[in-house]
Ligand binder design. Structure first.
Ligand code: MN
Ligand code: MN
Length: 323
């Protein structure tokens, strides 16, 4: 019997706040049978270059995600039953040793992959995408990456005198061969760059770039359809930086850039990826201290729900929805 979401009354009775009212798996590397997705909090923001605070996001997203129910009315799937999702707790690390943090995140994600499930990392800042991709590539080989973000995140060490932070994960991922050439799909980019050649590294890797303006013009569903066609059966890792969304819809983030996606577009984008082979996801850069009325945390919870729905759909043998 797969684990599934608790009723509202069960949840109220025990007073704990796991993601989506899901069961907690004490050992995320050996979850209950039927588990296809494991949520892992990564309360780390030592890679932040501007306003810190994303380390508290896993706790806040856990709390507000209790409001999200399990039936997906568009895909017509019971998301938590089908995905067998569990809360695997947080990745534990010494917070002042960034290299150790990366190692622990990689080990945590790798254990979930090896158990045949998809890790869903709830950050934390975006630096955690690098160890997540290292873990994914160890199991699946170079993957396709859908990177939703206002920023390229391919900076080099010249910016801060430090090669590893939340502005660099995709530079390392490209250089380490974790992403298949031509299979980096960057969505939501906007705003000024540091220099004219900021986009060169990902362009030379064959990245498909959809700016926030491109998405507004084409529609989120069409962008998702284009990505779906391009990735085919390639394993897909989805890295979602909440600052891709306009600060008007997601104010709780450390490096906001005006002119981004609406919450509706962001949700449509992930929903529109139905049918891809999703092998992992991160949702990063939510900063509760900068948020208003938990708007950003609620959005994060719903984006994770849409991601889990992609895993749930992939367990169906027929009746796949495309939008
Ligand atoms: Mn960003
Ligand atoms: Mn980012």
């Amino acid at each position: 019997m797969r684990a599934s979401q608790q009723s509202a009354q069960e949840y109220l009775a025990h007073g704990q706040t796991p993601f989506f009212r899901l069961p907690v798996a004490a050992r995320p590397g050996s979850p209950p049978s039927g588990t296809r997705a494991v949520l892992l909090g990564v309360p780390y923001d030592g890679g932040t270059t501007a306003s810190p605070g994303a380390r508290f996001a896993p706790y806040q997203v856990r709390r507000v995600s209790a409001f999200v129910q399990g039936w997906h009315p568009v895909h017509r799937v019971s998301v938590f039953e089908r995905s067998g999702a569990v809360d695997g707790g947080n990745v534990v690390f010494p917070p002042f040793q960034p290299e150790a943090v990366r190692d622990r995140v990689e080990a945590g994600a790798f254990a979930v992959h090896r158990a045949g499930a998809a890790p869903f990392l709830v950050g934390g800042d975006h630096s955690i995408a690098l160890p997540a991709l290292r873990a994914a590539a160890r199991v699946h080989g170079p993957v396709a990456v859908v990177h939703v973000d206002a920023h390229l995140d391919t900076s080099g060490p010249e910016t801060w005198g430090e090669p590893f932070h939340h502005g660099t994960p995709f530079r390392h991922a490209i250089e380490e061969g974790l992403i298949r050439p031509g299979q980096l799909h960057q969505v939501g980019l906007r705003g000024p760059w540091g220099a004219a050649d900021d986009g060169l590294l990902s362009a030379e890797h064959g990245a498909q770039v959809t700016t926030a303006d491109d998405l507004a013009a084409a529609g989120a569903g069409a962008v998702a359809a284009r990505i779906r066609a391009a990735v085919g059966d390639t394993p897909v890792y989805l890295s979602f930086d909440v600052d891709a969304v306009d600060p008007a819809f997601a104010p709780g983030t450390g490096t906001p850039v005006p002119g981004g996606l609406s919450s509706r577009e962001a949700l449509q984008l992930v929903r529109g990826l139905a049918g891809v082979h999703l092998i992992g996801m991160d949702l990063v850069e939510v900063c509760p201290a900068l948020d208003q009325a938990d708007i950003t945390s609620h959005l994060a919870a719903h984006l994770l729900f849409e991601g889990l729905a992609l895993v749930a759909i992939s367990t169906l043998t027929a009746g796949r929805s495309t939008m």
